[in-house]
Design a protein around this ligand. Structure first.
Ligand SMILES: Nc1ncnc2c1ncn2[C@@H]1O[C@H](COP(=O)(O)OP(=O)(O)O)[C@@H](O)[C@H]1O
Ligand SMILES: [Mg+2]
Length: 321
């Protein structure tokens, strides 16, 4: 039975918390459920990459040509072979209990890559490469989270057509909900081309004291098509702090204190229940897969080990300062 464990995190609207939720979902899945999580950063702004590692390490990987963009340029534009494992960074995240989050980082050159894909009409080739990439990582990781940029680029379209599920964070306000509507109409355009299944809409940054925001949440939940999650994520400053990578590691509870940690854990339980209730999804009902280092072939090249060492040095430097 095919494994269904790839999730595109998407809303055509920016600033609704897509990248922040990818980070918090990955860390909660790793710490509280022992899952091996691969985060694929598909945004030219590299937000989630910079939430998961130091900026200097990210620059290093970008300079060394070890990002998603370099992989896609080789495979899609140059028709070269390229070993995906070289592009997977291990031991990312600043949470001390996390040792099972992996990252394929991004680079701002992604925009140029997409322009070339359109100019050379390589959309079909791009989609094949994305399909093969997801087929490869499905077997190795428990959960794959793809952080999409706002808007609907050619690359985002490929993820949305090849991933198993899409998850749409939104704010409980008019403009963000309009972003969902654009997305829904896009999904209906070419159904024959395939599309991810809706796992659900997540209300983020909810002002728990606001009756208007609660009305939006109820309205989203009342429309069954949205499959809106019961658990919303409150607007709490701690989540902004969580987004800033700290070279000195912190505990999960320090990063997600009080209500925000409770909400994230409840959200992840709901997330895993939804995945488990899918007919062919094996991910939530089975024990976590062995760490990819132990699986056949090793994920994360030596270059990344060096990056890890540097990260530790950075941590030491900062804590000494
Ligand atoms: N629940 C929340 N409470 C408070 N701030 C949040 C929350 N979720 C996200 N943010 C903040 O909102 C901003 C946009 O989040 P981001 O994840 O970059 O959105 P997107 O990826 O959709 O563009 C960031 O400054 C982030 O720290
Ligand atoms: Mg983002």
């Amino acid at each position: 039975m095919p494994i269904k464990n790839t999730f595109a995190i998407m809303n055509t609207k920016g600033g609704v918390g897509k990248s922040t939720l990818v980070l918090a979902l990955a860390e909660t899945l790793s710490v509280h459920h022992g899952k091996n999580v691969l985060v694929i950063d598909s945004d030219a702004q590299s937000s989630v990459s910079s939430m998961l590692m130091t900026v200097s390490n990210l620059y290093q990987l970008q300079n060394d040509g070890l990002t998603l963009v370099d992989y896609l340029v080789a495979k899609v534009l140059q028709n070269n072979t390229s070993d995906l494992r070289r592009f997977v960074v291990r031991d990312v995240s600043d949470v001390d209990d996390v040792n099972s989050i992996f990252l394929i980082p991004s680079d701002m050159q992604l925009t140029l890559f997409e322009r070339e894909v359109s100019r050379e009409s390589r959309h079909g080739r791009l989609r094949v490469v994305i399909r093969e990439l997801l087929d490869e990582v499905r077997e190795v990781f428990d959960i794959i989270l793809i952080d999409c940029p706002p808007g609907l680029s050619v690359l985002t379209e490929s993820w949305l057509r090849e991933a198993d599920f899409h998850v749409a964070p939104t704010k409980a306000d008019y403009v963000s909900v309009c972003g969902l509507e654009v997305f829904r109409r896009f999904k209906q355009l070419n159904p024959e081309m395939g599309f991810a299944t809706n796992l659900g809409v997540i209300v983020n940054m909810k002002d728990m004291a606001s009756p208007t925001e609660d009305e939006y949440h109820t309205w989203l939940r009342d429309n069954a098509e949205n499959r809106c999650f019961k658990q919303a994520i409150p607007r709490i400053h701690a989540l902004q702090d969580a987004a800033r990578f700290q070279p000195e590691r912190r505990s999960y509870l320090a990063k997600y204190p009080g209500r925000i940690g409770e909400a994230m854990r409840a959200l992840v339980v709901e997330f895993l229940e939804r995945v488990a209730s899918q007919p062919t999804a094996a991910v939530a009902s089975t024990p976590a897969a062995p760490a990819p280092e132990d699986a056949e072939g090793s994920y994360g090249s030596d270059a990344h080990v060096e990056a890890d060492v540097e990260a530790q040095q950075d941590r030491k430097t900062t804590s000494a300062a």
